[in-house]
Design a binder for this molecule. Structure first.
Ligand code: ZN
Length: 679
C-alpha cells in the first residue's frame, strides 16, 4: 500500500497534521462546519479543560464513522473535498467524443477503479507478469533488475530511491538512497516487546500467510513463506533509523560518492539499479543511513535466493492489494485497517477510488478543483494574513530576551527570506507521458507510479524548482519545507473552519492565522532552526543562544512527554517537539497579529465572548477530533504531532494571554506552573 505517497521524502515536510493513512470518509458531507457559540460545552470550566470546553460537544456529536480510525474537523473538510472530486471524476468518466486529454486520464482512471466486475473477472491475472519475472531470477546478482521493476510499480522493496534537496547545497537536487522494504509502518513495530506489539506481529505474520493462500499457495507453504517474510523484514529493520532520529537532519545526511556507496554493499550492484530505474548519471548522492545499506548487504547474504523470491512476491501482492479482487482488498483491510488502526468497516468503493485518483493524478484533478472552488479573493486575503503573521513573528523575535543581536539579525534574514505558495501551483505538472487505459485499474496505478518516479528522478542533477508542489491543491494540510525555506497553503485548507470570509478577525486569526504562524515557526523549531535562509544545513546560531534555545525547547519536550496518549502510553516528547514548538509559537504570533488589527479599539463581544476568547476558540475548534485507541497507539510511534487535545491544552496552558482572556485562577489546570516559551 502506498501510504504517504508524495510525503515520502528523506526529511519529512513539517506538516500541520499527519496525512490520513487511508483517505476514508463517512457517508454524508457536512453541510456547515462554521464555528458557533452553541458548540461550547458550558458545563465545563474553560480554565479546567479548555479542549473539553471547546470540543466536548462536537466530540460527542461526531463519533468516529465505522469506516474511519479517526474523525476530526480536518476530516469534515477533506470529506467535502471528496464529494467535489467525485463530481469532477464522474463527469470526466463519460466516454464521449471531444473529451480533453486530461478528462480522458482522470475519467478512465476512475471508471476503471469503479468497475468492480472487471476487477473480479481479471482476478490475479494483472499480477502474473510480476510473479513470472520474480520466478525467473536465477541468482542474487539479478536482484537489482527485479527491484527496478518493482519500485517502478510502487512496491516498497529492500530500500528506497528518490531525489531530494542537497541539505548543504539546497539549490541542487541530488539522488538519495533511503531505508525501506518493510510491510509494517515503521521499524519499531518489529522490535517493541510490550504485549500489544508482540500480538500485532503475530497478526501480521498471519495476514502475510493469508495473502499467500489467496494467491493459491497451500496453507502449510503459506505459513512457512510468511515466516520468511517476517525474518527478512525484521533483519532489514535492524539497520533502519527510528522516527525520532529521522527528525535530526545531521543523522539523515551522508553525502557519499557512488564508489563509497558500492563499498557499503559490494554485491548489490547499485550502478545496475540506477541505470535500470532511469536515473540520470551522478557521482555523489545522499545515503540517508549508511548502516542500513551495510546491513542490507548482510541480510541479502544471509538468506537464500528462494527466500528473497518469497519476499518479493509478498511485496508485489501487498502493493497491489487495493486494486485486486475483493478477497484481497478485504484481507488487506482486515490487518491494516481493522487491526492496526481500529477501523470497523472498509470505506465505500467510490471513496477509495477518489483517494487513489487523488494520489495518482492529483495535479490533473487539482486544476479542475481549483477552478471550481478557489477564487482570486481567497489568495489575496491569505497573502495579507501571511504578511501580518510574518510581521508579528518578526516583532516576537526582536522582543525575546534570550537571544543576542547577532542571532536575532540572522533570524530576521531567514524570516524575510521565507517564500509563500498559496492555493495552487503556478505551473502544473505535465502528465502527458502517462497512459491511462480504461478497464485496467491495477495497470493504471502502476503506470502512474512509474510516471511519478520518473518525474522525481529526472530532477537529479538539476537546480531546485520552487514552483513544484509537494501535494495536490485539494489537500487539507499546510507545510513548511526547511530545505526550501518556504510555506505551502493549498486551496483545500483555506476554508471553514480554518478560514471563513463571513467570520470576525478573532476566529480567522485563531484558525488559519495560527496555522500560518505554526508553519512560520517551523523555520525556527529544533529541526528548522538548523537550516539557514537559503535552506542549507548550516549552524547560524551563536553557541550561547543555541544553549538558551535548547533549554527552552527542553521545557516543551518535558511538558508534552507527560501527556497520556492512550492507556498508559505517553507522548514522545522528542518526536513531537518541533510540532509542539510550532503550535506554541504559532498561536502566540497569531494572537499578536490579531491585537494589531484592533488599532487600540477592542472589538465588541460576539455571543457574549470577547475577541480574545473567540481567538482561542477559533484555535481549539480546528483540533476537535475522535480517534480509536489503536490509532492513538500507532501515532505515538509514527506521528510527530500531538493529539488534538494536547495541541490545544498544552499550548494555551503556556500562555498568560489565555489565562487573562478567561480569567483563570493562578492554580487552574490550564495554567502551567512551569510555563514553557520558546517563541
Ligand atoms: Zn507542523
Amino acid at each position: 500500500m502506498r501510504y504517504y505517497k508524495g510525503f515520502l521524502r528523506v526529511l519529512t515536510l513539517a506538516l500541520l497534521v499527519v496525512p490520513a493513512l487511508s483517505a476514508q470518509e463517512k457517508a454524508k458531507p457536512t453541510a456547515d462546519v462554521r464555528f458557533s457559540a452553541d458548540m461550547l460545552d458550558k458545563n465545563i470550566d474553560p480554565c479546567n479543560d479548555f479542549y473539553a470546553y471547546a470540543c466536548g460537544k462536537w466530540n460527542t456529536q461526531n463519533p468516529i464513522p465505522a469506516d474511519r480510525s479517526a474523525w476530526g474537523r480536518f476530516n469534515e473538510l477533506a470529506e467535502r473535498g471528496q464529494y467535489i472530486v467525485r463530481d469532477i471524476l464522474e463527469k470526466a468518466s463519460t466516454d464521449r467524443p471531444g473529451r480533453s486529454v486530461n478528462e480522458q486520464k482522470i475519467g478512465d482512471y476512475y471508471a476503471s477503479c469503479m468497475d468492480e466486475a472487471a476487477v473480479e473477472k481479471a482476478g490475479t491475472k494483472p499480477l502474473e507478469h510480476d510473479f513470472q519475472s520474480i520466478a525467473a531470477i536465477h541468482s542474487k546478482p539479478e536482484l537489482p533488475k527485479e527491484i527496478v521493476r518493482l519500485h517502478g510499480e510502487g512496491a516498497d522493496v529492500l530500500f528506497g530511491f528518490d531525489s531530494g534537496s542537497d541539505f548543504k547545497n539546497a539549490s541542487q537536487i541530488i539522488a538519495q538512497v533511503d531505508q525501506g522494504g518493510l510491510g509494517m509502518p515503521d521499524r519499531d513495530y518489529y522490535f517493541k516487546d510490550d504485549e500489544k506489539s508482540v500480538e500485532l506481529r503475530k497478526k501480521y505474520v498471519a495476514h502475510v500467510a493469508k495473502m499467500f493462500v489467496l494467491l493459491g499457495d497451500d496453507p502449510g507453504k503459506a505459513e512457512a513463506e510468511s515466516k520468511v517474510v517476517m525474518e527478512i523484514e525484521t533483519a532489514l529493520a535492524k539497520g533502519a533509523l527510528d522516527q525520532t532520529s529521522r527528525r535530526d537532519p545531521q543523522k539523515i545526511y551522508h553525502k557519499l560518492s557512488s564508489q563509497e556507496l558500492a563499498a557499503l554493499s559490494p554485491e548489490f550492484n547499485f550502478t545496475q539499479y540506477f541505470d535500470g530505474v532511469g536515473a540520470p548519471p551522478f557521482n555523489s548522492l545522499n545515503v540517508v543511513e549508511p548502516d542500513f545499506v551495510k546491513n542490507m548487504q548482510a541480510v541479502i547474504d544471509a538468506h537464500s535466493l528462494d527466500d528473497w523470491k518469497t519476499y518479493l512476491r509478498w511485496h508485489a501482492v501487498h502493493a497491489s492489494a487495493p486494486y485486486l479482487p475483493a478477497a484481497f482488498v478485504n484481507e488487506n483491510f482486515d490487518f491494516f485497517g481493522k487491526t492496526l488502526q481500529g477501523t470497523k468497516e472498509l470505506r465505500p468503493r467510490w471513496k477509495r477510488c477518489v483517494g487513489y485518483a487523488n494520489n495518482d493524478l492529483g495535479e490533473v484533478i487539482g486544476q479542475v478543483y481549483v477552478r471550481q472552488t478557489f477564487g482570486a479573493e481567497g489568495k489575496e486575503r491569505t497573502l495579507a494574513m501571511v504578511a501580518a503573521l510574518e510581521k508579528a513573528l518578526g516583532e516576537d523575535i526582536q522582543s525575546v530576551s534570550w537571544m543576542d543581536a547577532d542571532t536575532k539579525a540572522q533570524s530576521m534574514v531567514k524570516l524575510h527570506a521565507i517564500t509563500n505558495r498559496i492555493g495552487y501551483p503556478d505551473k502544473w505538472r505535465d502528465y502527458s507521458a502517462l497512459q491511462i487505459e480504461r478497464g485496467d485499474a491495477l495497470g493504471n496505478s502502476q503506470r502512474a507510479n512509474q510516471n511519478d518516479l520518473q518525474y522525481r528522478l529526472k530532477k537529479i542533477g538539476t537546480p531546485l524548482d520552487k514552483r513544484d508542489w509537494p501535494y495536490p491543491p485539494m489537500t487539507v494540510n499546510a507545510t513548511y519545507d526547511p530545505t526550501q525555506n518556504n510555506i505551502t497553503f493549498p486551496a483545500g485548507i483555506l476554508q471553514t473552519p480554518f478560514y471563513d470570509n463571513r467570520a470576525d478577525n478573532a476566529l480567522n486569526f485563531g484558525g488559519i492565522g495560527a496555522v500560518i504562524g505554526h508553519e512560520l515557526t517551523h523555520g525556527f523549531d529544533d529541526e528548522g532552526s538548523q537550516f539557514d535562509a537559503e535552506g542549507n544545513l548550516r549552524d547560524w546560531w551563536t553557541a550561547s543562544d543555541k544553549k538558551q534555545f535548547e533549554e527552552r525547547t527542553s521545557c516543551i519536550k518535558d511538558q508534552y512527554a507527560n501527556f497520556v496518549a492512550v492507556d498508559d502510553l505517553k507522548l514522545n516528547g522528542k518526536l513531537t517537539l518541533g510540532e509542539n514548538t510550532a503550535d506554541n509559537g504559532g498561536v502566540r504570533v497569531a494572537y499578536m497579529a490579531l491585537l494589531s488589527t484592533f488599532a487600540g479599539k477592542e472589538p465588541a463581544p460576539i455571543d457574549g465572548l470577547t475577541a480574545e476568547q473567540r481567538f482561542f476558540l477559533g484555535f481549539a475548534n480546528v483540533w476537535c477530533q475522535n480517534q480509536t485507541n489503536a490509532m492513538s497507539r500507532m501515532l505515538v510511534t509514527l506521528d510527530p504531532h500531538s493529539p488534538g487535545k494536547y495541541r490545544v491544552n498544552g499550548t494555551v496552558s503556556n500562555m498568560p494571554e489565555f489565562r487573562e482572556a478567561y480569567h483563570c485562577a493562578a492554580t487552574a489546570p490550564m495554567v502551567n506552573q512551569n510555563a514553557c516559551r520558546v517563541w
